[in-house]
Design a protein around this ligand. Structure first.
Ligand code: ADP
Length: 396
């Protein structure tokens, strides 16, 4: 089956066409600046990337251009739209309504709309993507794959905040967690690589990218994760603060004469390793280069980031009552031996021994702990698009 995977943001749309039988990517691309001016880039499998400016007043137009790119007589990868068997949509927030992926119908769309106040930037954009596909590809089955679904197995003591219970009852304020598709895919793959039974295992997944989160997976089910009601909680990220004392918000409001919205912007866009470094960069390649040159801000940012990861691993080892496997994934987790080393060297209390030579790996599956390490540590590249394509193929 040929599955079109769509990840729709407010002004961008990432897409991949995947053959679910061979799991090969047939073509992939990105529409950017939707509603502004518009640019589409497309890479047919094994060929060079094609980029062109094209007016994209809205997402309908963007989807039309995606179909045009896929079916282009010269550079396209399919002869006609009818070759696309199904569409898989990444949906950020499923609230408590969705514990797994589902075939999209009007009830599902309504249920996604209902939880849109939990992800006001993301869910409306995801819904626009669904509507645009319905219009341009009527009759093609579609599946919604939720970032939150994998974490719905968390027990109450892990997902509740220490707030009046009425906040949960009235507004469903709780920890939901994100990157679920990645945590599910990577934890399963890590069990496979480690040769342990997924249904009988204790795994910690460190998804360290621009957005970053850790999860504790017991017997194939998520029992805790670091992101919360929104993706702002938990680890220090590229530009997001992660955990802070909530009182910080009022304090900054008063000191800097800012509105709550402005402070939230500071926490989301100007904090994290970017803010900690003194606005040097949110990109770990820059931060590592700075660190090695002795830049104090870069060192501070990387060390504080790693310490937070270390604390989450410690708390999840406790939550799991032990750990068999730790997996590093996403941009930083897959590509930074530097960051992995700083973290793993401080896990000797778990009996972890890093194999420094094996750790010199970028973006491919590899065991990076020594043979005598009590916990196996892996690099496992994540593949959220493939996971979405798999779910979609299975459901249609
Ligand atoms: P997201 O999907 O959240 O945008 P990614 O998982 O793609 O993020 O991760 C992006 C981050 O990965 C970049 O900001 C960069 O910091 C980091 N990264 C990518 N390549 C490398 C590398 N070779 N060394 C260190 N960090 C890297």
């Amino acid at each position: 089956m040929k599955i079109l995977v769509i990840n729709c943001g407010s002004s961008s749309l990432k897409f991949q066409l995947i053959d679910s039988d061979t799991e090969a990517v047939i073509g992939k691309g990105l529409c950017e600046r939707i509603g502004i001016d518009g640019r589409i880039s497309f890479t047919p499998e094994g060929k060079d990337k094609i980029t062109k400016d094209a007016a994209m007043p809205d997402h309908n137009e963007a989807i039309k251009l995606v179909i045009e790119a896929l079916t282009d007589p010269e550079t396209g990868v399919v002869k006609s739209l009818s070759e696309i068997d199904a569409v898989g949509h990444r949906i950020v927030h499923g609230g408590e309504n969705f514990t797994k992926s589902v075939v999209i119908n009007e009830d599902v769309i309504k249920a996604i709309e209902e939880v849109s106040d939990l992800a006001p930037l993301h869910n409306p954009a995801n819904l626009i993507g669904i509507r645009a596909c319905q219009k341009i590809m009527p009759g093609v089955p579609m599946v919604a794959v939720f970032d939150t679904a994998f974490h719905q197995t968390m027990p109450e003591d892990a997902y509740l905040y220490g707030l009046p219970y009425s906040c949960y009852e009235k507004y469903k304020i709780r920890r939901y967690g994100f990157h679920g598709t990645s945590h599910a895919y990577v934890s399963k793959k890590a069990a496979e690589l480690a040769g342990v039974d997924y249904e009988n295992s204790k795994i910690i997944v460190c998804h360290l990218g621009n957005g970053a989160s850790v999860s504790a997976v017991k017997n194939g089910k998520c029992i805790d994760t670091s992101m919360g009601l929104t993706p702002l909680e938990g680890l220090i990220m590229g530009t997001r603060s992660g955990d802070v004392d909530p009182s910080v918000i009022e304090f900054i409001e008063q000191k800097e004469n800012l509105s709550t919205k402005e402070v939230m912007n500071l926490l989301n866009k100007k904090s994290g390793v970017f803010g900690l470094s003194g606005d040097v960069s949110s990109d770990f390649r820059d931060l590592e280069a700075g660190y090695l040159k002795g830049d104090e801000g870069c060192k501070r940012a990387v060390d504080t980031f790693c310490y937070r990861v270390l604390k989450y691993i410690g708390s999840y080892a406790a939550a799991l009552n032990g750990v068999d496997v730790i997996a590093f994934t996403a941009g930083v987790g897959e590509n930074s031996p530097f960051v992995r080393k700083i973290i793993a060297e401080r896990l000797s209390y778990l009996g972890i021994n890093l194999d420094e030579k094996a750790n010199d790996v970028h973006g491919k599956e590899q065991l990076i702990s020594t043979a005598d390490s009590k916990v196996k540590v892996f690099v496992v590249p994540t593949n959220e698009e493939l996971a979405i394509a798999r779910d979609t193929a299975a459901l249609v």
